[in-house]
Design a protein around this ligand. Structure first.
Ligand SMILES: NC(=O)c1ccc[n+]([C@@H]2O[C@H](COP(=O)([O-])OP(=O)(O)OC[C@H]3O[C@@H](n4cnc5c(N)ncnc54)[C@H](O)[C@@H]3O)[C@@H](O)[C@H]2O)c1
Length: 395
């Protein structure tokens, strides 16, 4: 089989399939990625992945290439980012489909796993295959299967999670379901391609909308002089209410991106989903203003910024609202910033200082990430500090 795109999704998938006895050709357009993998090493951070890749490569069940190789099954896991205008960039899905089209043979199965706007499997992958003389759904089977793995647990969740699989026609669905049943222990749920595409976007939009509700509450509470944490704790005692936690914004490359794929297809209908994106995108600015208001009352304010990652206990700073906030505070020269991030050694834009140093010197303590390390800080260390706790860890 052939896995196209060897990143956070494609490489664990390729090495897991190799460990299950499949002979896997991995494909990536990055020569550096291909060379690294063929040495049995990895270019991303994920527990257990290196040993999987090492044994797959040394056992000759996984080899990386720059171009697709003839296979029975093709899995496409290339990036699907949004452009600056919030429109989906499907150029890499299209390029991957064009790359595999010449090596696809009758009877093959092509699966798109990249998070994609509704219709992409048919309108991009099947269309490109048809342009190369294939008959998608008849001589070549085409399906969509979204990924829901959690970074840090990818190799476990690839096997344990339930999977939603949808073909462009029933024959494609059937073939794809059989493929996933060969290595997934969770349930493999059959549907059509458009529903499967929308399921993924719905899951992340659900999270985004619910976080936006909590973030909006946090801003209303600040105006009313009410603790949002106490409010949510009490409201959640209602048997049918389950409000999520607010934060400094929404980061990561899924929840902050995928809802735009729904908005783009039907902006006039996806009004709530768009508003949720806007509320969550606005939250970092609101946090910056709060820090500015507090700092304005002090002469030479020193601000401890606790955390840079996009969520707790990871080193992933991509699309992180915490980074956006610290950048803004720096640009606005709000005060002397003492940036703490126990999961990274250095950052190109900020000096990283130890937690104890920051707490000892700060007038304002700004909590941006709920790392376990921060939760252990004794309350005495925060006495006489101005606390802006966007995560509610020091209640
Ligand atoms: N990372 C996650 O946690 C996660 C979770 C669910 C879904 N997804 C989705 O999975 C898809 C892949 O994400 P990722 O995190 O693995 O991306 P990634 O950036 O980690 O890796 C993608 C790889 O694809 C390669 N690539 C780009 N264009 C290519 C092409 N035309 N042919 C071959 N290789 C190509 C890149 O060089 C890169 O190595 C995206 O649609 C993403 O939204 C990711």
């Amino acid at each position: 089989m052939c896995v196209v795109g060897l990143g956070y999704i494609g490489l664990p998938t390729a090495s897991l399939l190799a460990s299950r006895g499949f002979s896997v050709a991995g494909v990536d357009t990055s020569a550096a990625v291909v060379a690294t993998i063929n040495q049995g090493r990895i270019h991303i951070v994920e527990p257990d992945l290196e040993s999987f890749v090492q044994s797959a490569v040394h056992g000759a069940r996984l080899r990386a290439h720059l171009t697709p190789q003839p296979s029975d099954v093709f899995v496409i896991a290339v990036p699907t980012p949004i452009r600056a205008d919030k429109k989906p960039d499907l150029s890499m899905v299209e390029a991957a489909a064009r790359a595999i089209a010449p090596v696809v043979r009758a009877g093959n199965l092509v699966i798109l796993e990249s998070t994609s706007p509704v219709g992409t499997t048919e309108e991009v992958v099947a269309r490109v295959l048809a342009e190369h003389g294939h008959k998608p759904g008849e001589d070549v089977f085409v399906a969509y299967c979204p990924e829901r793995v959690l970074p840090g647990r990818i190799l476990t969740e690839l096997v344990e999670n339930d999977r939603v699989v949808g073909g462009i026609n029933p024959a494609s669905t059937e073939r794809a379901v059989e493929f996933y049943q060969a290595f997934v222990r969770g349930e493999v749920l059959a549907t059509d391609a458009r529903t499967a595409e929308m399921v993924k976007l719905t899951e992340n939009s659900f999270r985004d909308v619910n976080i936006a509700f909590a973030n909006e509450l946090s801003m209303l509470c600040a105006r009313e002089g009410v603790s949002v944490w106490e409010l949510i704790r009490l409201a959640n005692r209602h048997p049918r209410v389950k409000i999520l936690n607010p934060g400094p914004g929404v980061g990561g490359h899924c929840i902050a991106v995928d809802p735009w794929f729904l908005v783009d297809r039907a902006p006039e209908l996806a009004r709530l989903i768009r508003t949720a994106r806007e509320v969550n995108d606005a939250k970092p600015h609101w946090v910056v203003q709060r820090v500015q208001q507090c700092a304005a009352k002090l002469r030479d304010p020193v601000i401890a910024c606790l955390g840079l990652s996009f969520k707790a206990d990871v080193d992933d700073l991509r699309e992180s609202p915490a980074v956006e906030i610290v950048h803004a505070l720096q640009a606005l020269r709000v005060g002397r910033l003492l940036v703490v991030e126990p999961h990274v050694k250095s950052h190109p834009d900020f000096e990283i200082v130890p937690l104890e140093t920051a707490l000892a010197q700060a007038d304002i303590v700004l909590v941006l990430v709920d790392h376990k390390r921060f939760k252990r800080v004794p309350r005495e260390a925060l006495q006489e500090k101005i606390l802006i706790d966007t995560r509610g860890i020091y209640l």
